[in-house]
Design a protein around this ligand. Structure first.
Ligand code: ADP
Ligand code: MG
Length: 409
């Protein structure tokens, strides 16, 4: 069922709209250290204020555990948002209750009020219906633009959407959320082929549902990262002192059986006795990993083999780095995959990177703009790729009929 988006929102100028965003940004010395997440919300906020809406913006920040903590206050974030917009942004130290409501009511059309961290309230992560109703009382409609928390049912996400609809208001996806579901959804439902999935990262058991889903849909599944070590073990290969997901070995064996030649494992590895920034590394075929070695990355033959597959792909979905990408000595494989995917984008493939660490590696390489889409949600994109329902999306108002297309499309 298609969900309503900003274009379906029948709001009038002067309406108060509650917008849930992801302002979960790093703070240093009371200032915003990286405002990427704030910047990403600007299109939705601007679209709404330009239409004369009055906005009450909600977000969580960190894990304050259901009580106020000065170091997790959204006050500096509200200030930064104001700088980015070049307009005054108001702040409410309460996110619910009479004071918050009074501040929301005092807004002029086009003005924005950022309310304090939703996770200062005990009911937030338990999705307390009373808290959700209190959030909903702040406005006439709800826009959810927080993809990063869409896989969790919290009071300010799924709860608020249902509470707003119960009051007769609408609950719609913001521009960011809409983009995420469109890219990830289309890739799973109707991918251009060949469809190549690249999976890496640390654990097999964490990502088992994603591997299974990709095996069912993709033409090729390329496996790297520590995840590959678990498959090596299942093949009976020496993995030395590498990170292996011991609980995942049997599962890996079964998956390999089922996948046949659709799954490609690394043929060589970058190894070192230590995984450290100053590690001295060597490359070996996968059958020659020593008992004292640690596998830290995929080797050059593997990078070429993966590049060949990615070159032919019309759809690429990538989750999880190919090695310990935080350290330059083991970042080469991840960088090579990022470059191959970027080249595929240039020749028309739909390329999607998801996962916190993979997205960070793509950004660090300066290649974020060379992907069709870099997902903003680590856990949420993983849940989506695994085919799990996202409560924050499911709770939104259903759209009737066929999707609206912008004029000229
Ligand atoms: P994502 O956040 O993109 O979903 P994960 O969190 O699953 O990815 O995996 C990223 C982590 O996996 C990183 O911390 C990286 O260092 C680690 N990793 C990848 N390959 C290896 C390896 N060969 N040995 C040890 N750790 C690895
Ligand atoms: Mg991660």
């Amino acid at each position: 069922m298609r969900k309503k988006t900003l274009s379906d929102l029948a709001a009038r100028a002067g309406d108060r709209i509650v917008v849930r965003v992801d302002f979960n940004v790093p703070l240093r010395d009371g200032r915003v250290a990286d405002d990427t997440r704030i910047e990403r919300t600007l299109p939705t906020l601007r679209r709404l204020t330009a239409a004369g809406a009055r906005l009450v913006v909600l977000s969580h920040l960190g894990r304050p555990g259901g009580r106020p903590r000065a170091e997790a206050s959204l006050r500096p974030v509200a200030a930064r948002l104001g700088e980015l917009l070049g307009e005054e942004v108001r702040f409410s130290p309460e996110a619910t209750g009479p004071e918050a409501l009074a501040r929301a009511r005092a807004l002029a059309p086009g003005e924005i009020l950022v309310a304090e961290n939703t996770r200062f309230l005990a009911g937030e992560t338990r999705n307390d219906p009373e808290l959700a109703a209190a959030f909903a009382a702040l406005g006439q409609h709800f826009v959810n633009d927080a993809f990063g928390t869409a896989h969790r049912a919290h009071a300010s996400t799924a709860g608020l959407a249902l509470a707003m609809r119960a009051r007769g208001g609408e609950a719609v996806a913001g521009l960011l959320l809409e983009r995420e579901i469109r890219f990830l959804g289309d890739a799973l439902e109707d991918p251009g082929r060949p469809f190549v999935a690249v999976l890496g990262g640390a654990k097999v058991s964490d990502k088992i549902a994603v591997i299974e889903k990709m095996l069912a849909r993709a033409d090729r599944v390329l496996v790297g990262g520590a995840m590959a070590n678990t498959f090596f073990r299942a093949l009976g290969l020496e993995t030395g002192r590498s990170l292996v997901d011991e609980d995942g070995v049997e599962l890996a064996a079964r998956l390999m059986d089922r996948a046949g030649d659709r799954m490609m494992l690394p043929v060589d590895c970058v190894v070192s006795p230590r995984i450290a920034p100053d590690a001295v590394t060597r490359e070996v075929p996968r059958a020659e990993v020593g008992a004292d070695d640690r596998i830290g990355d995929i080797g050059s033959a593997t990078r070429r083999m993966f590049a060949d597959q990615l070159k032919q792909a019309r759809t690429i979905v990538w989750n999880g780095p190919m090695g310990v990408s935080e350290m330059p000595a083991f970042a080469g494989g991840t960088l090579a995959v990022a470059r191959s995917a970027a080249a595929a984008t240039a020749s028309g493939a739909v390329t999607i990177a998801g996962g916190g660490d993979s997205a960070a590696a793509v950004r660090a390489a300066g290649l974020a703009d060379s992907f069709a889409h870099v997902s903003t949600g680590g856990g949420a994109s993983l849940a989506f790729l695994a085919g799990k329902p996202l409560p924050g999306v499911e709770a939104l108002s259903d759209a009737q009929g066929t999707p609206r297309r912008p004029a000229g499309e």
